[in-house]
Every structure is written in structure tokens, then in C-alpha cells.
Design a protein around this ligand. Structure first.
Ligand code: NAD
Length: 482
């Protein structure tokens, strides 16, 4: 049975309101393309109201700013209990709106509860320091919340993205306006309602659904927004940084795309490496910024590995996300499906060998059978551009030194991985690869404690971990004459 759609309006000042323009937009189920609901479409006027609410809630005399940091932590903990209470519904709604296989969505939401609790425990651990400065002064620093934040989300993991940004900002004491991706507007509204139920005062968290060129740009140009945290494409990330420079020099955190390399050495455990390599690019239908979309396999095991990789890809059951036997669901929408199919076509045209999959399944919904390409070379489009779909590109290499140079020959630098039984290989690779996250004999291993973000054009700043909390604060230095 389809999950109930409880909320479709904008959430401003802890109230449900229509867009000032009265406009709404349709949101879909990627399983069959059917319309799930019409959702209020926020634009500049609504963003102005939401930012004004967040600004009031950030006033130094407001309930939120007067609240003890430990109380903020308690509210976040209460929120984690409410998410745990409603986890089945949240997972069902996520799956219904973005096509994540239901069994995986259950796991994602229960994992998210841990992440909320991590940030709940951080709220009263933000400290400054005393500094023995020259002269007769007592000097110390204060860490204070940065102000009103704009949190702009993508569609591929809406609940996780909402929680990692919102919970960090709340733990730091900020107020915020969240703009979910236009493809997946629903779960953010449910989470906002749970935050209010947990005791977050009005105006602290506002949610304005809408489109990038409307609600998105209004937020990034707004002079009362002190910080933008954005997850999405590199192209939009660049526009956001420009908007910050052209408005009020907002602080900017960007989590962008990737073309992550995964290296399989001759001495790797083959079975384990094949499984992880498959999961690293096919999980969530390949719609992951950290997808290992360049798989470098050492020449000594290349043929054996490719054969096993094809078997792995062929074994993935693609189908209805609500079917408990499905492992992969549909791509988010027709546009993304066609974009991925276009990349597969380009791989064939440019001389890579399509070894399995790569075709649309059926005519209803946006399903693609996982594809494996062999004989891929560094200059091919599928080896250079982010595909964001279930396409594994296998490249051959001879020495680790060569693999590291080729792995680094990209403007991206999000994640990287290596499978090897030689410690020195692992250490050399980890030291020299240009990536914000390096996995050794594993992949897709996350945790709220582990900083997440990219080198080069994969982003600026980190999410998760204590560093991310500090990015929602300003340092104030105080020097008092003795
Ligand atoms: P996108 O950049 O098109 O959109 C992301 C968000 O930005 C949406 O909410 C959209 O409405 C908004 N937006 C669009 N134009 C805007 C503008 N001019 N100003 C302000 N906001 C604007 O990205 P997407 O298609 O939703 O997501 C896919 C991309 O996200 C991929 O490139 C992927 O790698 C990246 N991604 C990165 C991470 C990470 O943590 N590094 C995680 C998930 C996805």
C-alpha cells in the first residue's frame, strides 16, 4: 500500500503555509512515473519569509539562543527517538519518492538515528580555548553559531542529507532554511514536523520546497543568510560560490560530484574485491557521488576479475523497490535514465566493450540493468565524466605507481579505494591519492564520526565529524586587559 502523504505545504515558523504565489508542482514515483502529490512551490517571497523567521529565531534574546547547549542536545536526542518511532513510514516514503529499494531504505533510516545521536551528544562539546598572548591580557576564543544557514539538498539520499546538515547546524546553535531537491520534496517535510514535535522552537528549522532557479537562488543571494551548505552537482556548486561572492560573502560548504577510482591489486582477495567493487558502483542504482566509477584492475588478474565482475552485475535483481527480493530500483526520473543510457551509448561508440547490461528494463518506470564495460581507456567519456548510474568501467594497469597517477588525473577528488593484501601498497596509495576519503579493503564505509568531503572540484569543507560542527561556527577572539 502506498504511504500516506501527510504534508505538502511549506514549513515556516513551525506552521504549514501555502506558497505566496499559490503555485504547486508535481512529485513522482520513479517506479512507474505516476504522480504522488502536488507540493507547494516556494519562490523568492517565500524564501524571504522563511529567512525572516530564521533570523528572528536567531536573535540573541530568542528562546533558541537563550537555550543551554545541553538542552539543544536533549531536543536532538528526542528527535532521534521520534525518527526511530516513525522509521518504517519514513523509509517507505523515501522509497516511494526516490526509488531506493525499501529494504535498503529501512537500513538507511535506522543508521540515520545513530547519526542524530552523535550530533545530539556534540551540542555541548563545542568549546573555545584560552591563549597565552603577549602583554598583560587574558585571551580566549568563543565558538559561536554562524547564523541563518541555507541547506540545499540533492535527491539521491534525501533523508541522510537532511539529517547530516540539519543536525550539525542545530547542534552548533544555528537556525536554517532547508531547500530539498525538487524531485524529492516529501521526507524533509515529515522530518521538519518531527523536529517541531521534539521541541525545536518556531523559526529555527524552515523547509521551502521549490526549484533551483527559484527558491535555490533566492536563498544563495539572500543577504541575511550567513552560510550555505550545498550537496549537489559541481556546476551548481560553482554558481553557489559565485552567488556568495556577489552577495554578502556567505560561508560556503560544498559537497559535489566525483569520479572515484578503485584500485584492485594482483594480491587482493578476488571474491571480496569483486563484491565490493560491484557494490561500490551499483548500490542505489549508481546514484552516489562516491560511486567507484573508474575501476582499475592490475593486469595479472584482469581477465579473471572481469569475468567475475560480469557475473556479479548479472546477479543483481533490478525491480520494484517494494519487492523484498529487489536489490536495485529505478533511476530517479526519465531525464536521469536517458542521461545514463546516453553515457552507455557513448562508451560503445568510443570503443569500450559492453560486457553485460546497459539497457532499459521494461517501458514503465526508469529501470536500467547494471552495465559492465571492459577495455575502457582514460580518454573515454565514461572514464572522465560523472555518470550517476549503474555503469562499471574497468581499466587495466600494470604498476601501483601508474595507477596512482591515473587515479589522480581528474578534476574530482571525493573518494578512492584500494584492495590489496600488501600493507605498503595500501599506505602508499592512501598517502598519494588525491581524495577526501580513502577506503582500504572496504568501500562505502561511513559514520557520523568520519569527516566526509572532497579534494579539488569535489567540494569545499567536510560534513560529519567534529570538523563539520566547527564549520557552523565563527571564532571570536577576546582579549581582556589585566
Ligand atoms: P543539482 O546540483 O542539480 O541540484 C542539487 C540541489 O541544488 C537541488 O535542491 C536543486 O534544486 C538546487 N539547485 C539547482 N540549481 C540551483 C541554483 N542555481 N542555486 C541554488 N540551488 C540550486 O544536483 P542533483 O542532480 O540533485 O544531484 C546530483 C549531484 O549531486 C551529482 O553531481 C552528485 O555527485 C552530487 N552529490 C554529491 C554528494 C556529496 O556528498 N559529495 C552527495 C550526493 C550527491
Amino acid at each position: 500500500m502506498a504511504p500516506e502523504i501527510k504534508y505538502t505545504k511549506l514549513f515556516i515558523d513551525n506552521e504549514w503555509v501555502d506558497a505566496k504565489s499559490g503555485k504547486t508542482f508535481e512529485t513522482y514515483n520513479p517506479h512507474d512515473g505516476s504522480v504522488i502529490a502536488r507540493v507547494a512551490e516556494g519562490d523568492k517571497e517565500d524564501v524571504d519569509l522563511a529567512v525572516a523567521a530564521a533570523k528572528r529565531a536567531f536573535h540573541r534574546n530568542s528562546e533558541w539562543r537563550q537555550m543551554d547547549a545541553s538542552k539543544r542536545g536533549e531536543i536532538l536526542y528526542k528527535f532521534s527517538q521520534l525518527v526511530e518511532r516513525d522509521q518504517k513510514y519514513l523509509a517507505e516514503l523515501e522509497s516511494y519518492n526516490n526509488g531506493t529499494v525499501l529494504n535498503i531504505a529501512y537500513g538507511i533510516v535506522s543508521g540515520a538515528v545513530k547519526s542524530i545521536r552523535y550530533f545530539a551528544a556534540c551540542a555541548d562539546k563545542i568549546t573555545g580555548e584560552t591563549i597565552p598572548a603577549d602583554g598583560e591580557v587574558f585571551s580566549y576564543t568563543l565558538r559561536q553559531p554562524v547564523g541563518v544557514c541555507a541547506l540545499i539538498l540533492p535527491w539521491n539520499a534525501p533523508i541522510s542529507m537532511f539529517l547530516s546538515k540539519v543536525c550539525t547546524a542545530l547542534a552548533a546553535g544555528c537556525t536554517m532554511v532547508v531547500k530539498p531537491a525538487e524531485q524529492t520534496p516529501l521526507t524533509a517535510l515529515v522530518l521538519a514536523a518531527l523536529l517541531a514535535e521534539a521541541g525545536v522552537p518556531k523559526g529555527v528549522v524552515n523547509v521551502v520546497n521549490g526549484f533551483g532557479p527559484g527558491a535555490g537562488t533566492s536563498l544563495t543571494h539572500h543577504s541575511d543568510v550567513a552560510k550555505v551548505s550545498f550537496t549537489g552537482s559541481r556546476e551548481v556548486g560553482k554558481l553557489i560560490q559565485q552567488a556568495s561572492g556577489n552577495s554578502n560573502l556567505k560561508r560556503v560548504t560544498l559537497e559535489l560530484g566525483g569520479k572515484s577510482p578503485l584500485i584492485i591489486m594482483n594480491d587482493a582477495d578476488l571474491d571480496i574485491a569483486v563484491r565490493y567493487a560491484g557494490n561500490s558502483v551499483f548500490f542505489l542504482q549508481g546514484q552516489m557521488c562516491i560511486a567507484a566509477s573508474r575501476l582499475f584492475v592490475q593486469s595479472g588478474i584482469y581477465d579473471k576479475f572481469v569475468e567475475a565482475a560480469v557475473k556479479y552485475a548479472q546477479s543483481i535483481k533490478v525491480g520494484d523497490p517494494t519487492d523484498p527480493t529487489s536489490q536495485n530500483g529505478p533511476q530517479i526520473d526519465k531525464e536521469m535514465m536517458n542521461k545514463v543510457l546516453g553515457y552507455i551509448e557513448s562508451g560503445k561508440q568510443e570503443g569500450a566493450k559492453l560486457l553485460c547490461g546497459g539497457h532499459r528494463i521494461g517501458t514503465s518506470g526508469y529501470y536500467i540493468q547494471p552495465a559492465v564495460f571492459g577495455n575502457v581507456t582514460d580518454d573515454m567519456t565514461i572514464a572522465k565524466e560523472e555518470i550517476f548510474g549503474p555503469v562499471q568501467s574497468i581499466l587495466k594497469f600494470d604498476t601501483l605507481d601508474e595507477a596512482i597517477d591515473r587515479a589522480n588525473a581528474t578534476n574530482y577528488g571525493l573518494a578512492a579505494g584500494i584492495f590489496t593484501s600488501n600493507l605498503n601498497n595500501a599506505l602508499q596509495f592512501s598517502k598519494h591519492v588525491e581524495a577526501g576519503i580513502v577506503w582500504v579493503n572496504t568501500y562505502l564505509h561511513f559514520g557520523p564520526q568520519l569527516p566526509f568531503g572532497g579534494f579539488k572540484q569535489s567540494g569545499i569543507g567536510r560534513e560529519n565529524g567534529l570538523d563539520s560542527l566547527l564549520a557552523y561556527t565563527e571564532v571570536k577572539t577576546v582579549a581582556t586587559a589585566l
